[in-house]
Design a protein around this ligand. Structure first.
Ligand code: TYM
Length: 346
């Protein structure tokens, strides 16, 4: 059953009861269990209930210098990870951002409805400019506008992301409301979806900081594609504290982080985890976390290896996904351009 939603010009077909989801990951490094727990895992859970569009956001990745061959390879890999994590291309729209040119076009327009001061307040901009002091480019600054364009282009109702994207998402809402305020209802104002457990997974080397795929210390993150021995070794080396009790609490950032990861992979509550490891030391706990994560990711890794051998299949998914995404993107952009007063000739 499909309900016809009237836009001013065209008729967009959207399933009656299903709301739409949009989200994406940058192909800028090895995807970590932070990306998995904070985002991709939840995309899969939401996938049956929503009309889902998941994007490999390659245009976002170039705000930081990328080696072209690496970017190309990671774009395939990121798509393969989506599929290996259970997001089937039949049930979800999976595509690459640069294959749908409307993202960049809408981004320009929305940039004219975003204030310099708003972008200056973005904490990720401040962090990334500190880390890339020799390359504080305008793209790094306007990055949240492109992210807003990604979301608003698809009239997404819900955006499942980790905590680090909350500020960007809030800005997307402000931009949508501002535009709607001037031109009348144009964009759906999106809500964020943050997982109850794991919206911020921290580094294993410094548990006060977010786990990041661009970390130069490989012991800080666990990549989705790390082999089981590496995963177990990284968890064994995880920084904890001088206490010995496996308990969630203040001043125990390392243990809290490991408990969160363990909880995300086993579904157990913190109380259950504390009971399970009562009387046991950190060593036993770290081993258990490492083995559980290695086991949990094994099927993902195996499916990933299989998919990466079939580039033609992945390219087919990209093409098909881009065509489906474009159908929606063309309509939103055209609606926006008409509202702005751009002349449209048929
Ligand atoms: P990116 O590529 O940095 O991360 C992808 C997703 O993973 C989440 N995440 C984490 N969650 C918990 N703990 C962590 N340590 C952790 N690290 C990353 C992120 O919150 C994100 O959900 N700007 C976005 C990509 C993007 C996007 C979009 C997302 C571009 N356009 C539109 C949603 C909608 C980014 O850089 O994510």
């Amino acid at each position: 059953m499909s309900e016809e939603i009237k836009t001013t010009e065209q008729t967009v077909s959207k399933p009656a009861a299903k709301k739409r989801i949009f989200s994406g990951v940058q192909p800028s490094g090895l995807l970590t269990i932070g990306n998995y727990i904070g985002a991709i895992r939840n995309w899969k859970t939401l996938s049956s209930e929503y009309d889902c569009i998941y994007c490999v956001v390659d245009e976002h990745a170039i705000t930081v210098r990328q080696v072209p061959a690496d970017l190309r390879r990671r774009t395939y890999e990121t798509l393969a990870i989506y599929i290996a994590c259970g997001l089937s291309p039949e049930d979800n729209v999976l595509f690459v951002q640069s294959h749908v040119h409307q993202h960049a076009e809408l981004s320009w327009i929305l940039g004219c409805y975003t204030m310099f001061g708003e972008l200056s307040r973005m904490t990720q901009f401040k962090d990334k400019s500190a880390k890339n002091a020799d390359n504080i480019n305008a793209g790094l600054f306007t990055y949240p506008v492109l992210m807003a364009a990604d979301i608003l282009l698809y009239q997404a109702d819900l955006v499942p992301v980790g905590l680090d994207q909350k500020q960007h998402l809030e800005l997307a809402r402000v931009i949508a409301e501002r535009f709607n305020g001037v031109y009348g209802d144009t964009f759906v104002v999106p809500d964020g979806y943050f997982p109850k457990v794991g919206m911020k997974i921290n580094s294993l080397a410094d548990p006060t900081k977010k786990m990041s795929k661009s970390d130069t210390n490989p012991n800080g993150y666990v990549a989705i594609l790390d082999d089981p021995d590496t995963i177990i070794r990284k968890f064994r080396r995880a920084v904890t504290d001088s206490d010995t009790e496996v308990r969630y609490g203040e001043g125990k950032d390392g243990i809290n982080n490991l408990m969160t990861i363990y909880s995300a992979f086993t579904g157990r509550t913190y109380d259950e985890i504390e009971a399970e490891f009562e009387g046991k030391g950190y060593g036993d706990f770290k081993n258990a976390v490492g083995e559980t994560v290695a086991d949990g990711l094994r099927p993902v890794r195996e499916e990933f290896d299989r998919l990466m051998k079939d580039k033609a299949y992945l390219e087919g998914v990209m093409k098909d996904g881009a065509a489906k995404a474009s159908n929606v993107a063309v309509r939103t952009l055209s609606k926006v351009q008409r509202k702005l007063g751009f002349v449209q000739v048929k």
